[in-house]
Write a protein that binds this ligand. Structure first.
Ligand SMILES: Cc1cc2nc3c(=O)[nH]c(=O)nc-3n(C[C@H](O)[C@H](O)[C@H](O)COP(=O)(O)OP(=O)(O)OC[C@H]3O[C@@H](n4cnc5c(N)ncnc54)[C@H](O)[C@@H]3O)c2cc1C
Length: 394
């Protein structure tokens, strides 16, 4: 305990001394939070913050030191997170490297792939995207058709991926391809790592209803990928794909909640519904806010327990579908409540008559529509919970 308190004091001192002043405030723009990679130019302070945190391995606090991680125990990592929260420090790095492919490589990757990729993920040098979905294969992912034909030490890839978030901004993709065309559909899939600069890869952005364009169609035409980039075994990709979805679904459960959502919800309600004795004037609105906040708190506690288990070596299983289902539907409820509170002020898109924070509520609400689709739809999560968590018959 005394050691942990010494550690806490050291962490506090180090964070105050090394975090650039502008990192002690919430980001103004999504690009103020660093996703790493070579294709996005971040402000100097964001880059400096990533450099110092990455150097120490504190972008991935519990990952082993030998691969560039922080090597912290789960208690120490908790202290680091607590101290960062106290100081309102934004994370130095987020993204699919840290939340999806990194954990999978640590669990299942060869020593060679770990040494090549994990340190670059920790330092935010490479941004990753996920090449799972195809035009005819979303919920029924195992039916995917992107072909990979072996040619000596390489696979030659042809096909199309779709809804590939940030493909145009990413340096590498983890991708599912079909390598056996005779086997049962799950048995013919291989999990590959692919450099997005390889000739034959084209990513074309698709615009979302919220106005932003986070995802792409990705076309693959005679793309050569070395066989050594296979994670696990050739034709053994399906089990890895599912394991990674476990990490993704746990991550999605709270990724859309923003740090100051609770404060914003109350502020908006006081402004648009009215204030009485320092409280939101309408009891019904107060009730709705309290319900959303209590549900969020319960989810946060359950997720924290799961993360503690993960740090102790427990792999996420089908129960991650419960978090995905609940967290995304809760986020939609929160966004819809904000829209209700705004009333007509929620109908703006741009221009005079609407404050920036009101326009943000509208766009966040529209963006939340995709939450119950991405990472697997709510209906699919219910199927998984029924069959694999509760053991109900087909
Ligand atoms: C914002 C966003 C980001 C995304 N990012 C990525 C990404 O980075 N990489 C990637 O690979 N994919 C990504 N996706 C794709 C996502 O994984 C798929 O959209 C999702 O798996 C659903 O597949 P689909 O769109 O083909 O719908 P379909 O599978 O065609 O489903 C259509 C409807 O049928 C229902 N349905 C289907 N099967 C069943 C069933 N067995 N039982 C009950 N209902 C069923 C679904 O719930 C849905 O309502 C993203 C999607 C969104 C919206």
């Amino acid at each position: 305990m005394a050691d942990l308190e010494t550690f806490r004091a050291d962490v506090q001192r180090w964070l105050k001394a090394n975090a650039p002043a502008s990192m002690f405030t919430p980001p103004k723009d999504p690009d103020d939070v660093c996703w790493g990679g070579k294709k996005t130019k971040y402000p100097d302070d964001v880059r400096r913050w990533l450099a110092v945190m990455g150097e120490r391995g504190w972008t991935a606090p519990t990952w082993p030191r030998e691969y560039g991680g922080g090597g912290l125990s789960k208690q120490e990592a908790k202290v680091l997170a607590e101290e960062m929260a106290k100081l309102h420090l934004r994370p130095a790095l987020i993204g699919f490297g840290l939340s999806m492919i990194g954990p999978l490589l640590l669990q299942e990757g060869s020593e060679e792939l770990k040494k090549e990729h994990i340190p670059r993920i920790v330092r935010g040098e490479i941004r990753w995207c996920q090449g799972y979905s195809e035009p005819g294969s979303g919920s029924d992912l195992a039916s995917l058709q992107t072909k990979a034909i072996r040619d000596g030490d390489e696979f030659v890839l042809n096909g199309q991926k779709v809804w590939t978030s940030y493909a145009d901004k990413s340096d590498w993709m983890f991708i599912l391809v079909r390598t056996d065309f005779e086997a049962a559909k799950q048995a013919g899939i291989t999990f590959l790592l692919m450099d997005m600069e390889t000739p034959g890869v084209t990513a074309r952005p698709i615009k979302l209803i919220s106005g932003s364009s986070p995802f792409c169609e990705t076309f693959l035409s005679d793309v050569h990928v070395p066989v050594r980039n296979v994670v696990g075994k050739v034709n053994g990709g399906w089990a890895l794909a599912k394991a990674l979805l476990g990490h993704e679904r746990t991550m999605i459960a709270d990724v859309f909640k923003e740090r100051d959502d609770s404060r914003r919800l109350v502020e908006l309600a006081k402004k648009h519904v009215g204030e009485c004795d320092g409280h939101v004037a309408a009891p019904v609105v107060r009730d709705h806010i309290a319900q959303v906040e209590m549900d969020q708190h319960c989810l946060d506690l359950t997720l924290a327990r799961t993360r503690d288990n993960a740090k102790a070596g427990h792999k996420p299983g089908p129960e991650s579908s419960i978090f995905k289902l609940y967290g995304t539907e809760l986020n939609q409820r929160r966004r819809a409540l904000m829209m209700d509170i705004l009333g007509e002020q929620g109908l703006g898109w741009e221009g005079a008559g609407f404050e920036d924070r009101e326009l943000k509520v509208t766009r966040d609400w529209l963006r939340s529509k995709g939450n119950t689709i991405e990472g697997g739809t709510s209906e699919v999560q219910l199927n998984i919970i029924a069959k694999r968590v509760l053991g109900l018959p087909d």
